[in-house]
Structures are given as C-alpha cells and as structure tokens.
Write a protein that binds this ligand. Structure first.
Ligand code: SF4
Length: 438
C-alpha cells in the first residue's frame, strides 16, 4: 500500500498534459505565430482532430463538447474542419510526414460513419502520410454495427472507449448509463473489426463510489482484457464546468478514500498483469505504451500518456491544441466562431503561450517525473527554495535526490503531480482552477 501523507496532497494541482499548462494561455498568441511555425515545421508530426459533439452529454465531462443535435450543425462543422485541414496542409507542404492521426472529442462517433470516412480521406490526402497509426475515441452508447464496419474498413487500429464505471448506481449518479452487456458487445465488435489496441477510460472518486465498487469495475474490466486502461481521478470543478452541478457533491468520496481507491486500483491492475504507465495509466506488457514505459521513452501530451515520439502535434478543430517545442497554441473554442474563421480561410489559433528556454527545461523535468523516470534538474538543483520545497518529499522517501537528479521511488506515483508542481513557477496563481492532487 502506498504511504498516505495528506498534507503533501492538500494543494490542488494541474494534470500537466503540457507545461506551461493551459491556464497560462493568453490571447497574445494566436494565428500569426501558428502560421509562422506551420510554414517552417518539417519531419514527422502527429495530427489530432477534434469533434466537439456527443449524442448525450455526461454530467462529469470536462471536454469541450456539446449535444450533436441537428445534422446541419455537424455538416457545417465538418466543412470548416476540412477547410482548416486544407489550409494547414498548404502551409506545411510536403516537408512533414504524418505517422499518427487521432480523432477525439467529444465523440467522433457522434458524426455519421460516412462523414467519418470523408474526414479521414481528407486528412490522408491533404498530408503526406506513411501508413499512419489511427486512433479514435468511441462512445459505446452510439456504437453500431455500421461503425464497426467503418472502423475496420478505414484501418483504425486503436480505439479508446469511455467506460468510467460498471456500477449502475454510480452510472446513474454521473448521467452515463451503459450496461455491461453493451460494453461487451462493443469490445467483441471492435476486435472482430481488427482493432488491435483497446483502451478503457475508467474513473475513481465518483459520487457514491466506494473502493469495493471500484474493485468490482476493475475485475470486470480485467475480464475483458483491454490492452490499456486509464484510471482517472474524477475532478469536481463545477465553478469551471457548470454541467457538473448536476452531480451531488455531498456524495463524493473524500481525499482519503480517493487515495485508497487509486492505491487499490494500482494493486489490482498490476496483480492482473498490467504494467503501470505514468501515474494513472496501465497497459498489457505487449502494448506499445507498456514498452515505452519500460524503455524510458514514454511521453506526455494533451491526450495523456503516449508512446508517440513526434515533437510536433498539430491540433485541428475547435479548441484543439497544437504543440511545438517553442509554442503551444489552442484553436478558438467556440464551434460557431471556429466555423467562421475557417470559412474565411483564417487559422483558428486564439490562445497560447510561447515556451522560453526555462519553460522547456521545466517541461522536460515535469514530463520525466510524471512518466516515472529520473529527471535531470540542471541549474534548478541548486535553488534554495526548491530544495526546501522538496525536503518533505525526500525525507519521506517519496522521491530521491542524487547528484542533481530527481529519482523516483516506489512511492512517487501518487505524489507525482504534487512534486511536478514544485517546478511550476506559475502555480502561485489561481490554484483553485485545478483538481485534487490524487
Ligand atoms: S461521451 Fe465523452 S466527451 Fe461526450 S459528454 Fe460523455 S464524457 Fe464527455
């Protein structure tokens, strides 16, 4: 069992899918900087396309998504997305090659299968691709045999399913009801269609959920043997996400129970043969993510932990974030304004942050800590303030310090985000934007 030190987890901290985090984005970065970098980028890049629609909206959801509603709404969004793809491809020219394409949201299966085929075709023909690895997020509630045939025919190899919990009472409490039989059917259909890597997104810290209910969900999950499992702590931030106001906050587990759940999840999944990946992912030993974790090449980006080694990720669609070594830039979040920009042949970058050399050093350190490998601290190792902040973690053997390197221990995992926050000089501001450290 992990050692529990609540005083070291008291501060709300980011999930650090980037450094600096999206909280540091400002309007000083936008389409102009995006255009400059796209006009100069070369080599392998990955693409992410965002579909900001779902057939049903879950109460806990933190994604930029809305109800799919009228067909015309989807069509005009997809037209805008295709226009942006054309614009970005013209800027990048033949200098880049695309090895990975991810479609997420929202729910990519909120659009008709035929529209999905057209979108993929647009991506594959606009850019130079080399048999890219294609991954798609799927909502099992809208998954049909036609979708199964579509994913098989388009060569989608990786699918992530939103599962969250198998407990019917907890499902009702979060506004996402999907029986076990539905997930079993979806898993069978995806495997028959040739999908070779399946991920389940699961959550702990949900309303009315205890550690036994979590263990039951994990046992049912292990029986279905997904290649990857992401076990996220639910972040209750209704001041930022009004849809979460439908969740009964009085019924949420406290921090001690959240810690117990995360620890029990870790024990149960590792005992079932899963390799821990970062602080909240798990993968079967054959899977690319487990291989990357063992090899020390795991990365962290806006999609979470990944084995993708590309230095540049180009985000397409409303709210999608592009990541360049020197810049993070997010497209306009509002789908209506995004459509307007794209229809006028304008890049949609609206917010972002330029990364200084110091940001990039800290970004490497944070990524190393979160990925569970030693982090070279460079000049930061000598800082008295940092030494002082690290002292309680080092004294309790939650992390080691050795000749300018921060070295993970058996107990680092649940404290990884809190330790990362010590390297984040922006965190003095607005900590309430973030979620519980565990
Ligand atoms: S299906 Fe996924 S993206 Fe859509 S509302 Fe539910 S959690 Fe959010």
């Amino acid at each position: 069992m992990w050692p529990y030190h609540p005083e070291l987890l008291a501060q709300a901290v980011p999930r650090y899918t980037s450094f600096p985090t999206a909280a540091e984005f400002t309007g000083r970065v936008g389409g102009a900087q995006q255009a400059d970098l796209l006009a100069n980028v070369a080599g392998p890049v990955s693409l992410y396309a965002h579909i900001p629609y779902c057939e049903q909206i879950c109460w806990y959801c933190g994604c930029n998504t809305g109800a799919s509603g009228r067909a015309q709404r989807l069509t005009s969004y997809l037209d805008a997305l295709c226009a942006e793809i054309g614009l970005v491809a013209r800027l990048t020219g033949k200098r880049i090659t695309v090895d990975r394409i991810a479609l997420g949201g929202g729910s990519p299966n909120a659009i008709p299968p035929v529209a999905f085929v057209r979108l993929l075709d647009r991506l594959m023909t606009a850019f130079s691709t080399r048999e890219p690895l294609i991954s798609v997020e799927i909502d099992p509630r809208g998954f049909t045999p036609e979708w199964s045939r579509t994913l098989g025919a388009t060569g989608v190899s990786h699918v992530s399913l939103g599962v969250q919990t198998f407990d019917p009472a907890v499902q009702a409490a979060i506004g996402r009801v999907q029986p076990l039989a539905m997930i079993e059917r979806t898993v069978d259909a995806l495997r028959s269609a040739g999908v070779r890597s399946l991920n389940f997104d699961l959550m702990y810290g949900l309303p009315g959920q205890g550690d036994d209910a979590l263990a039951d969900t994990l046992e049912r999950t292990v029986a279905l043997r997904p290649d990857r499992i992401a076990l996220f702590g639910y972040a209750h931030v209704p001041h930022l996400l009004p849809r979460q106001r439908r969740i009964d906050a009085t019924n949420l587990p406290d921090q001690a129970m959240r810690f117990t759940m995360a620890a029990r999840g870790f024990e149960l999944l590792t005992a079932a043969g899963y390799v821990p990946v970062g602080f909240d992912h798990f993968a079967l030993p054959h899977d690319g993510m487990a291989i990357a974790a063992r090899a020390g090449t795991l990365r962290r980006n806006f999609q979470g932990f990944t084995d993708d080694q590309a230095e540049v990720l180009i985000g397409l669609g409303a709210s999608a974030i592009s990541c360049f070594p020197s810049l993070l830039v997010q497209n306009e979040k509002n789908a209506g304004r995004y459509r307007m920009l794209s229809s006028q042949a304008c890049l949609a970058g609206a917010l972002g942050v330029e990364r200084s050399a110091d940001d990039r050093l800290r970004a490497c350190i944070v990524e190393d800590i979160l990925c569970g490998r030693p982090a070279e601290l460079g000049g930061l190792a000598e800082g008295a303030l940092l030494q002082e902040a690290l002292t309680p973690f080092v004294a309790l053997a939650l992390v080691g310090l050795d000749s300018g390197w921060l070295v993970p221990t058996q107990a680092t995992r649940p404290y990884a985000r809190s330790i990362s926050a010590l390297f984040d000089p922006y965190r003095a501001q607005a900590p309430s934007r973030f979620s519980s450290a565990v």
